[in-house]
Ligand binder design. Structure first.
Ligand code: SAM
Length: 361
């Protein structure tokens, strides 16, 4: 790992390190009144048992659902925003990097992400998020296409369905072009770069705007013995990249953002209008002669809203700088498992696009 990466600090949930004015909540207290105070802007500190916090959150949900009866997309969005705002006022105290309430989950992120501070307050939903992430990080996630387990770092996108990996695998197995250099934009938890390695690529420049993704993949490549094969970079698109690649691989976010994007995992799911035009413009400069761009995408956006545009089709029609070599599609298998992030919907397909530059052929 280079020095810049060693010095990189992961993004982590916000904490409060000063003394705060908060209502101490015990299980026999009036939960409804406490929730009203929380909605009005007061902090509430969970005392005694972790489950007391769950009790408050359940009441908060009940309270807000009574006020947010509108089941439309916007109505549900407003409900979630109100829940998010108020629930983050429910706090837990951390001492010696451990939650002090009884029967609390024990997870390592409170130590690993907060090496500079040991005593602080953190919101209950952030604790739930860290706890869930820790389970994946510790146990790992089996990726059959790779025949290995990955251990996604806190705040990093990882696949919960694997159709796009199968599609990429199918294509890679038939690929008979040069394998000198590859670039992966948006490495996430590393899966596509690992597929490239397993298919014979030995020089991969892998990059992401999310610091935690880079930190996580740097741990993974040490564990898997891939350090010599992947160069990691934290940056936007081709920033700091002077490679000309035989393959440029990008599994971008699939939905156009209608909100201002936050750093971190938000950018794994949503893209700003300019992302694709910028990608296509810069990619030209990083393709070796006869190099190819492989994009993994989905029709999810069209499934949700027929009017929405497809950024790859738009590029091909508008700019005439790339030639479409291949467009593969595969049904997304219905998933019974938890994935709120990219819900399975009827007619949803994953797509693999292979483009080459028109100028060089
Ligand atoms: C859908 S995830 C894909 C992750 C991984 N490659 C996979 O297939 O599971 C998209 C990734 O692109 C990253 N990303 C989004 N915008 C980016 C940009 N402008 N430059 C580099 N990476 C970006 C996100 O942080 C995220 O890790």
């Amino acid at each position: 790992m280079n020095k810049d990466l060693q010095a990189m600090k992961p993004d982590r949930p916000n904490i409060i390190t000063t003394e705060i004015e908060a209502i101490s909540f015990y299980r026999k207290m009036d939960t409804k009144a406490t929730v009203d105070e929380m909605i009005a802007g007061k902090y509430v500190l969970v005392e005694e048992f972790y489950s007391n916090g769950l009790q408050v959150l359940n009441e908060l949900k009940r309270n807000l659902l009574l006020k947010h009866k509108d089941k439309s997309f916007q109505g549900q969005r407003d409900y979630r925003a109100a829940f998010r705002k108020a629930s983050h006022r429910l706090l837990l105290k951390v001492k010696d990097n451990k939650l002090i309430v009884k029967k609390a989950p024990d997870f390592g992120w409170l130590e690993l992400l907060y090496t500079d501070v040991s005593e602080f307050y953190v919101s209950f939903p952030e604790v739930q998020g860290m706890n869930s992430s820790w389970q994946w990080y510790k146990k790992g996630l089996e990726v059959k296409t790779l025949n290995l387990r990955i251990h996604p770092y806190y705040g990093t996108y990882f696949p919960t369905r694997f159709d796009h990996l199968k599609l990429f695998d199918k294509w890679l197995k038939k690929y008979d072009g040069a394998k000198n250099n590859a670039i992966e934009i948006g490495v996430g938890s590393g899966v596509l770069s690992f597929q490239l390695i397993q298919n014979g690529f030995e020089n991969i420049f892998a990059t992401d705007t999310n610091k935690n993704a880079i930190i996580g993949v740097s741990e993974e490549i040490q564990r898997l013995g891939f350090e010599e094969l992947i160069t990691l970079n934290h940056g936007d698109l081709f920033e700091n990249c002077d490679v000309k690649a035989d393959l440029i691989v990008f599994n971008p976010p699939w939905l156009l953002a209608k909100h201002k994007l936050e750093e971190g995992i938000d950018k794994a799911m949503y893209y700003e209008e300019e992302l694709f035009p910028r990608f296509f413009e810069q990619a030209k400069e990083h393709l070796a002669p006869h190099g190819k761009i492989v994009l993994i995408f989905s029709n999810l956006s069209q499934v949700i809203d027929e009017e929405s545009t497809h950024p790859i089709i738009e590029e091909l029609q508008k700019n005439k700088r790339y030639r479409k070599e291949l467009h593969l599609r595969r049904d997304v298998r219905a998933s019974s498992r938890r994935t709120k992030r990219r819900d399975s919907r009827d007619n949803e397909k994953v797509e693999l696009w292979v483009l080459s530059s028109k100028e060089r052929i």
